[in-house]
Ligand binder design. Structure first.
Ligand SMILES: [Fe+2]
Length: 374
């Protein structure tokens, strides 16, 4: 079968160094539906929105943790006016909700399960306030369906934002552990899209740029601590955005597939869940296909970490240990008896394991990974 590869960026990306300038540019008012988080609103948005005629909805009033179909339908009941613009300002989950609010969701289940055409009903502006999501430039939206006990992904060109607006000032108010976990998510987006069979010349350049620059920042933080972290925020945010463009085109793979049950069942935040499984997947890839594209990542790591190529992944893991703890899954409440269920959930993500995967993982390899990090 012929593999069709292409590279597309549909979203205009605009950057501001200050939130004031961003607010003037957006000029929110009548006809605008803003979906955000209460903390972000109080910290950064209140003075621009309070006296405007825009309608503001807080995600956290309806949804704790991952977005679900049921919670979204409840949220939708509270929106009873015609809007022409949806503005999502927040983390990846908030941006995903904004995507749903900008399309016709009258028959939302049909969009997910009957592959009905997705129709846009409002223009869409996305402002990420965490660095790693990349959702502002992807055509994807994840939603958990309680009746099926699983999360599903909707992929449609209609989910591309008309405009993504970046401002690193939003990152100054998020907790350090959230910042790091979200940055690691961006790192994994770059890692998986680089190794994907769907990678193109263009996406690979973006992925490599992110892998190099985030690695340098991780090393700086490991060596110097938090002292200079503010000076890295703009680069971290740009890396998250660029990695988003890369994985929008080449896709995510096994790390994301294995982290998905950890987030939906154990409620581990997405970036942290990726971190917990990343090094196991890395080792497995290395055992199965050491001389493929993963060898280029090893070369890059060895150069940045100034170590032998054979030690590069172990050295990277050690550097990360300085600022992110790898707890066992049992500490999050996972039981050994859940390994089978989690493995089945991973196997339901066939497109990530096969179409986008560097190497296909078997059921027993997936189970072994969970056993190793339990
Ligand atoms: Fe991710």
């Amino acid at each position: 079968m012929c593999l069709t590869k292409s590279f597309i960026v549909k979203t205009k990306v605009t950057s501001f160094s200050q939130i004031d300038a961003l607010a003037i540019y957006l000029k929110v008012g009548l006809g605008d539906l803003i979906i955000t988080e209460r903390r972000v609103y109080i910290d950064s948005l209140q003075k621009y929105c309070a006296n405007s005629k825009a309608t503001v909805i807080f995600k956290d009033d309806f949804i704790k943790g991952a977005n679900s179909y049921e919670a979204f339908m409840e949220l939708k009941k509270h929106i009873n006016f015609h809007y022409t613009r949806v503005i999502g300002i927040g983390g990846g989950g908030t941006l995903d909700l904004a995507k749903l609010l900008a399309i016709d969701t009258t028959n939302l289940k049909n969009l997910f399960f009957e592959k009905e055409q997705v129709c846009k009903i409002a223009s869409l502006y996305l402002v990420p306030t965490t660095p790693g999501t990349g959702s502002e430039v992807t055509p994807f939206c994840a939603l958990y369906f309680e009746d099926r006990g699983l999360q599903f992904l909707l992929s449609s060109q209609a989910l591309f934002a008309d405009e993504a607006i970046l401002c690193p000032k939003f990152l100054t108010t998020i907790p350090f552990d959230v910042l790091l976990a979200s940055s690691f998510d961006a790192y994994v987006h770059a890692f998986e899209s680089y190794l994907s069979p769907l990678a193109t010349y263009q996406s690979s350049i973006l992925s490599m740029h992110v892998l190099e620059n985030l690695l340098k920042i991780f090393v700086q933080i490991a060596n110097k601590g938090l002292a200079e972290v503010d000076s890295y925020l703009e680069t971290i945010q740009l890396c998250g955005n660029i990695a988003g463009i890369a994985y929008a085109n080449a896709g995510c793979a096994a790390v994301h597939a294995l982290s998905y049950p950890l987030s939906t069942r154990l409620k581990i935040p997405h970036g942290e869940a990726n971190y917990l499984v990343f090094f196991e997947v890395l080792q497995l890839y290395l055992r199965k296909k050491p001389e493929g594209k993963i060898s280029n990542i090893r070369d890059l790591m060895a150069k940045v970490l100034m170590c032998d190529k054979l030690d590069a992944f172990a050295e990277f893991s050690k550097q990360c240990d300085y600022f992110m703890v790898k707890k066992g899954l049992a500490e999050y409440g996972m039981k050994e008896s859940q390994i089978l269920e989690f493995t089945d959930m991973v196997l339901s993500r066939q497109h990530m394991l096969i179409a986008n995967g560097y190497e296909t993982l078997t059921a027993s390899e997936i189970s072994d990974i969970y056993q190793n990090i339990l």
